[in-house]
Design a binder for this molecule. Structure first.
Ligand SMILES: [Zn+2]
Length: 284
């Protein structure tokens, strides 16, 4: 007897590489249904096979779960971001826990700390929320998607102290030491369109990232890559990030796509409900 589809989904899917890109971090919660469908179609036409729709608070977390129910090419991350730590609903922890059991929700995120702007909530509020959500990630054995601008080392230390085993440091822009700390702990790095900006120091750092720990993203609607810098970003443009990574490393596009896809499944594939996006094939 064939296994139930959801049980099949718990297994690591057979990898049949079809030259696809994966956008490991995008915010799609503001899109209405028809705009979302158009956005996903646009992405599929640009060889994007999977997009991780990422929440920043309880309201967008519910939206992400609903989107993932409807669109097989989506996976979801739900969490409360460092910018949204003030005044979450009293039920936030239970709300997130319930959503994390939903189909195609594969991670807690985005969560984190950001020390780059005094107008953001103080670190004294950001850090406890990060710690509670990391403990939840650890207890559910799910990966965490971490925003850590200006505080990468501190975020790594917190992850380590809580015993987090799987984490993605999204939109990484940190320095050499922070990168080494992330890699040493077995965590992953995701690069955004910033890698396509000629003046970004990130380009020098690329070769220090082991290719088996790398993912790429758009962080839609922010950080559109070249040649669309300054516009509203979209998941279809993750290919500009991937192509730039391939070019800078002197590797073939297909080789980079294959490695990034393997990395994606290794990091996110054990979450309940994960399934090979090609079976059934991409639909909207
Ligand atoms: Zn984000």
């Amino acid at each position: 007897m064939d296994a139930h589809p959801l049980e099949q989904g718990l297994q690591r899917p057979a990898l049949n590489h079809c030259d696809m890109w994966i956008d490991s971090h995008a915010h799609l919660g503001e899109l209405n249904d028809s705009d979302l469908t158009a956005t996903l179609r646009d992405a599929a036409e640009a060889d994007v096979g999977i997009i991780v729709s990422t929440a920043t608070d309880c309201a967008t977390a519910r939206t992400v779960a609903r989107q993932c129910d409807r669109h097989p090419m989506l996976r979801g991350a739900v969490g409360i971001s460092p910018f949204d730590v003030i005044g979450p609903p009293a039920t936030w922890y239970d709300d997130l826990t319930a959503l994390l059991s939903r189909r195609r929700i594969v991670a807690i995120g985005e969560i984190g700390i950001d020390a780059t702007n005094p107008r953001y909530p103080p670190l004294s509020l950001q850090q406890p929320m990060l710690e509670k959500q990391l403990s939840l990630a650890r207890s559910l054995d799910l990966p965490a998607v971490i925003h850590s601008r200006g505080a990468e080392q501190r975020a790594v230390d917190i992850c380590r102290s809580i015993g987090v085993t799987a984490a993605l440091f999204h939109c990484f822009t940190g320095g050499r030491e922070a990168l080494a700390a992330i890699i040493d702990r077995g965590y992953y790095i995701s690069l955004s369109g910033i890698i396509t900006f000629k003046n970004s120091g990130l380009r020098e750092r690329l070769r220090d990232i082991p290719l088996e720990r790398l993912l790429i993203e758009t962080d839609t609607p922010f950080l559109a890559p070249m040649p669309h810098r300054g516009k509203r970003n979209r998941p279809a443009w993750v290919r500009f990030v991937g192509e730039e990574v391939a070019r800078l490393l002197g590797k073939k596009k297909g080789e980079v796509q294959k490695q990034l896809e393997e990395n994606f499944w290794r990091l996110f594939g054990k979450a309940e409900g994960m399934e090979n996006p090609r079976h059934p094939s991409t639909s909207f």
